[in-house]
Write a protein that binds this ligand. Structure first.
Ligand SMILES: *[C@@H]1O[C@H](CO)[C@@H](O)[C@H](O)[C@H]1NC(C)=O
Ligand SMILES: *[C@@H]1O[C@H](CO)[C@@H](O)[C@H](O)[C@H]1NC(C)=O
Ligand SMILES: *[C@@H]1O[C@H](CO)[C@@H](O)[C@H](O)[C@H]1NC(C)=O
Ligand SMILES: *[C@@H]1O[C@H](CO)[C@@H](O)[C@H](O)[C@H]1NC(C)=O
Ligand SMILES: *[C@@H]1O[C@H](CO)[C@@H](O)[C@H](O)[C@H]1NC(C)=O
Ligand SMILES: *[C@@H]1O[C@H](CO)[C@@H](O)[C@H](O)[C@H]1NC(C)=O
Ligand SMILES: *[C@@H]1O[C@H](CO)[C@@H](O)[C@H](O)[C@H]1NC(C)=O
Ligand SMILES: *[C@@H]1O[C@H](CO)[C@@H](O)[C@H](O)[C@H]1NC(C)=O
Ligand SMILES: *[C@@H]1O[C@H](CO)[C@@H](O)[C@H](O)[C@H]1NC(C)=O
Ligand SMILES: *[C@@H]1O[C@H](CO)[C@@H](O)[C@H](O)[C@H]1NC(C)=O
Length: 879
């Protein structure tokens, strides 16, 4: 026998050179790099650093003599933070059967001499409360639910959880088959290797189960030097060494007695190992049966010589502590024998883990955002320690699903994780208030249950995927995307075009004969002045380079205000600054200090609430230097308000109608025209589909403190019944004098209608006259201008208030543009881009005296398109 032991020892050393595949041996709390070979099983034990990232390493008190036992008792990892902390063991084979062992030796590591009590879970199911009665080790046989197995320590308010060691051993599929997807086996008492002195484990037990020689002998030991065969496919594959020792009674009349402790209602499985290891001669016969509490429960058995036999006694009846006896049958000439014993508790896995697809996805999300929080263990189970920021649905007999993910204000950055689209049961996703960049993944539209998508206040860019936009429009999805300055809704915008479309001024060739004639005059006149024009062009090019980068990002939290907020903003409507067709206008101030104008409307003037809601959301994202910023709105049953950027100098109509005021010099007027043209150009070209203003008029052109012009009320006209506007049909909107005659006839609205109205505004700037002079006979400024040009009389046309202080060249050029814009046939009108280009040509060549007052703020008032897709060049796929 000593030879066998020696041989096994040598084998053990050879085998231990490399642990069997799948073995994981962890000494919890061990310093990194400090792996060592355990003298008891010759396996290498590693630090737990790569299996967990929470907890603190601790050493047991040196006063305890634990270090002499197992080295892994000398350190431990404790978990003062967080209710649940988990080790993730793996990789394991999903569906494979594993033995997991955990040990807990308190060793007074914290000097309090107060061992804690806490729960240990295997995955989502309670494994055992530590410390268990009578038993310091936890062992469980379970099926791996996925590619890893999690062991979680859960604090229950009775001290800080800790752990000393963790071991994972793969078993064969034919072993312990009572452990399946719905049940696992928890070891209930120390394994008995009857007849042996001391304990044994790997490599003697190839699965590293630990077997103890009987401390309390229940019979006389016997053993054999022969090898006992354990057949392949045996349900327990107890090691041959267990079978090679045994205990028996001194006579057939004596019983082998043992007690299995148990709690009533628990299901115990008792594994008994029998093998005949004595030479049975002649008529000798060993036969015995197993009785529980006096009742025959198994047998008779007569084990084969040197062949291991596993007898499993299932618990039935009331359970609880049972007295077992093994008794020889009447036929038996030899006393009963027993070689080994295991007792397991059969545990039903009542809690189902979170849906595996959800777990995989949320683990990737956790990884990519480095989420800390309490994101440990199963996301949804157990319910009381489920992950912060997740909501789950729990249905009997179904794996819980993640229905809500809230990572708002979590300081996360990077792109929206593509794994989110794999959370297929998601109903609500809140990623607001972070630093997320990139585009909104189209995949999110595949989340069929998604009802709320909040992406507000990030750095997202590109275009909202069409399908999400549609869902939000038909109310199947609540989509919130405010506070992403570079993001726009599908259909509301287009990337900035690099090349401006320049419509040649000679487009009017086919125009009506009068206009062709007029333009011919203007062109021939311009040719005479070519030298000067080329100088002007040089100036303009230079000016183009100095583009204004000031974006004035307002960073509103939301574009929707409550009425209570409106009251605060306007200081209870104290400062009225105007009264328009559909309500009063008040001055106010947002929390961030920005001055605003608040239009308080009567509901009667307002129509199409639903469309308005959608449209208003878009408009809050349309930003251009020459468009009055629409900052938001309030839409409550009895209160309706619009919040705009405050424009200190009121509207242009006011300035032009005031006969005494001549604060608008020609270059200022020209500049206003350019600014308005650029605002329109933006709406027409940089928004897709183009936004047609429909009501371009001097009353809708507002001037700020620096007299910079901004177009107001764009995109709104269709929602309001403005008393000053005229409705020729229900579809036609506009103001007399500015209304495109072609549009009136055809009802076909295009950007060219705005071009017409703009032409009228330009004429107004030149002449200082309203489009329709109300006198004895109604006459339009346009026909009056035409008749004057025919007479070649420019001084008659130009506003007298300019006092002759203007560049004739520039006035003529502007007139030419105005006439082109007001061509009766819309196809002959230039685009707003062409208008912008042409008007810039009109800027007078700056001599020192010219620059004095008008151009000192040249750079500041320099207008340029501020695209709301800022990363077009780097991100061409944004469209
Ligand atoms: C582990 O070993 C590496 C390489 O030997 C060394 O650089 C590192 O500092 C060690 N870490 C610890 C915690 O001892
Ligand atoms: C540790 O072992 C020593 C000697 O073996 C013994 O004197 C001492 O009482 C032991 N301490 C504890 C705490 O068991
Ligand atoms: C799982 O095991 C339990 C107990 O061993 C048994 O009652 C149950 O029928 C098994 N289920 C399956 C699906 O095999
Ligand atoms: C059985 O026999 C052995 C040795 O003969 C003796 O030590 C032991 O006490 C006996 N046991 C019983 C239960 O009689
Ligand atoms: C074994 O149990 C039987 C019946 O319960 C009892 O009569 C007997 O004395 C017990 N034997 C030993 C050795 O305890
Ligand atoms: C088991 O045996 C003990 C002592 O012999 C006895 O007190 C107890 O009642 C027995 N239990 C059962 C269930 O028979
Ligand atoms: C005793 O053994 C004989 C044959 O060996 C068998 O027929 C008989 O049923 C056995 N009796 C009992 C009580 O086991
Ligand atoms: C989503 O799940 C599928 C299969 O379930 C997987 O192949 C894919 O890689 C996952 N995508 C992401 C981004 O996690
Ligand atoms: C957001 O990310 C950008 C780029 O990484 C960084 O410059 C900025 O400081 C971040 N802002 C916040 C609030 O984290
Ligand atoms: C809403 O729009 C989406 C996307 O176009 C579509 O799939 C869905 O059926 C629509 N739902 C309703 C109620 O119209």
């Amino acid at each position: 026998m000593w030879l066998q032991a020696l041989l096994l020892g040598l084998l053990a050393m050879e085998a231990s050179a490399q642990a069997p595949p799948g073995f994981i041996s962890i000494d919890c709390g061990l310093e990194t790099n400090d792996s060592y070979r355990n003298q008891y099983n010759n396996l290498v034990y590693d630090t737990d650093a790569s299996y967990i990232d929470t907890g603190v390493n601790q050493d047991v008190s040196p006063d305890t003599n634990l270090t002499g036992l197992h080295r892994y008792y000398s350190t431990l990892r404790s978990f003062p933070d967080g209710t649940r902390n988990c080790y993730t063991l793996g990789p394991v084979r999903k569906g494979g059967r594993y033995l997991v062992r955990a040990e807990f030796e308190y060793g007074n590591y914290d000097g309090r001499n107060a061992p804690p009590t806490f729960d240990v879970y295997l995955g989502v199911n309670l494994w055992q409360t530590v410390p268990p009665e009578d038993f310091s080790r936890l062992e469980i046989i379970a099926i791996a639910p996925s590619e890893s197995i999690q062991v979680c320590l859960v604090a229950i308010g009775m001290g800080t959880p800790f752990i000393s060691s963790l071991e994972l051993r793969p078993l064969r599929d034919t072993m312990y088959t009572m452990a399946n997807k719905t049940h696992s086996l928890v070891l209930y008492e120390d394994r008995e290797d009857h007849g042996r002195n001391g304990s044994m484990r790997y490599p003697n037990d190839m699965f590293d189960r630990v077997w103890f020689g009987s401390s309390k002998r229940i019979g006389t030991p016997v053993s054999t030097d022969n090898d006992v065969l354990v057949e392949e496919g045996d349900l327990a594959m107890a090691p041959p060494l267990v079978f090679e020792t045994a205990v028996k009674t001194n006579s057939t009349s004596q019983f082998l007695n043992f007690t299995v402790k148990g709690i009533s209602g628990e299901k115990m499985l008792v594994f008994l190992y029998f093998a005949e290891i004595e030479n049975i001669k002649g008529k000798q016969r060993r036969e015995f049966s197993v009785y529980r509490n006096g009742n025959l429960i198994s047998g008779p058995h007569n084990p084969k010589f040197l062949v291991g036999q596993t007898v499993i006694i299932p618990e039935s009846g009331p359970g609880g502590t049972s007295n077992y006896t093994i008794q020889a049958t009447a036929n038996s000439t030899l006393p009963p024998i027993i070689n080994g014993r295991e007792v397991y508790k059969l545990v039903e896995l009542k809690s189902l883990p979170t849906d595996e697809g959800d777990v995989n996805a949320v683990m990737k999300i956790k990884g990519s955002y480095g989420v800390k929080r309490n994101w440990i263990g199963d996301p949804c189970v157990p319910q009381n320690v489920s992950w912060e920021g997740l909501n789950c649905s729990y249905n009997d007999h179904q794996n819980p699903r993640i229905t809500a993910l809230n990572l708002s204000r979590s300081g996360i950055s990077g792109i929206i994780s593509p794994s989110i689209a794999n959370l297929t049961a998601l109903e609500s996703l809140d990623l607001s208030g972070n630093n997320l960049t990139g585009e909104i993944p189209t995949d999110l539209a595949e989340l069929l249950q998604l009802k709320v998508l909040n992406l507000e206040n990030n750095q997202l860019s590109g275009v909202v995927p069409k399908i999400l936009h549609e869902k939000s429009q038909n109310q199947t999805l609540q989509l919130r995307i405010d506070g992403n300055t570079n993001l726009c809704r599908e259909g509301s915008c287009e990337a900035r075009r690099k090349n401006k479309i320049i419509v040649p001024i000679t487009v009017g060739i086919a125009a009506s004969s009068v206009l062709v004639f007029l333009i011919a005059i203007l062109i021939s006149w311009r040719i005479r002045r070519r030298k000067k024009i080329s100088l002007q062009e040089t100036f303009c090019m230079k000016a183009d380079i100095q583009s204004n980068k000031q974006q004035g990002s307002l960073n509103l939290e939301s574009s929707q205000f409550t009425f209570a907020e409106i009251v605060i903003i306007t200081e209870n409507f104290q400062h009225q600054i105007g009264e328009g067709g559909f309500g009063k206008v008040y001055r106010g101030r947002l929390r961030n200090g920005i001055e605003v104008a608040v239009k308080l409307l009567s509901k009667a003037s307002f129509q199409g609430e639903k469309e308005f809601q959608a449209e208003a959301q878009i408009l809050t994202r349309v930003h251009h230097r020459n468009l009055v910023s629409f900052l938001g709105y309030c839409n409550e049953p009895d209160s309706f308000a619009l919040v705009y950027e405050f424009m200190a100098h009121g509207n242009l109509a006011m300035h032009l109608s005031d006969k005494l005021n001549n604060d608008l010099s020609w270059s200022r007027r020209l500049r206003i025209a350019i600014e308005v043209a650029q605002g329109l150009e933006y709406l027409h070209i940089f928004c897709k589909p183009p936004i047609v203003h429909r009501d371009v008029k001097t009353a809708n052109i507002l001037l700020n403190l620096n007299l910079e012009a901004k177009l107001a009320d764009f995109g709104m006209s269709k929602f309001f019944r403005d008393e000053n506007s005229v409705y020729i049909s229900t579809a036609i909107v506009g103001t007399p004098g500015y209304l495109d005659p072609e549009y009136c006839q055809t009802s076909k609205l295009t950007e060219k209608s705005d071009v017409y109205s703009f032409g009228i505004v330009l004429l107004e700037l030149i002449t200082g006259k309203p489009p329709i002079t109300r006198g004895l006979e109604k006459s339009s400024t346009i026909s009056w201008v035409q008749s004057n040009i025919q007479r070649g009389d420019i001084t008659e046309i130009v506003d007298k208030r300019l006092g002759g202080k203007y560049d004739t060249n520039s006035i003529w050029k502007a007139l030419e543009v105005a006439l082109l814009c007001t061509m009766p046939n819309s196809t002959q009108r230039p685009s707003m881009s062409a208008v912008v280009t042409q008007l810039k040509d009109c800027l007078p060549y700056m001599t020192p005296q010219y620059t004095s007052s008008d151009f000192h703020d040249c750079e500041q008032s320099r207008v340029d398109v501020v695209p709301f897709i800022s990363d077009i060049d780097t991100n061409p796929s944004a469209r």
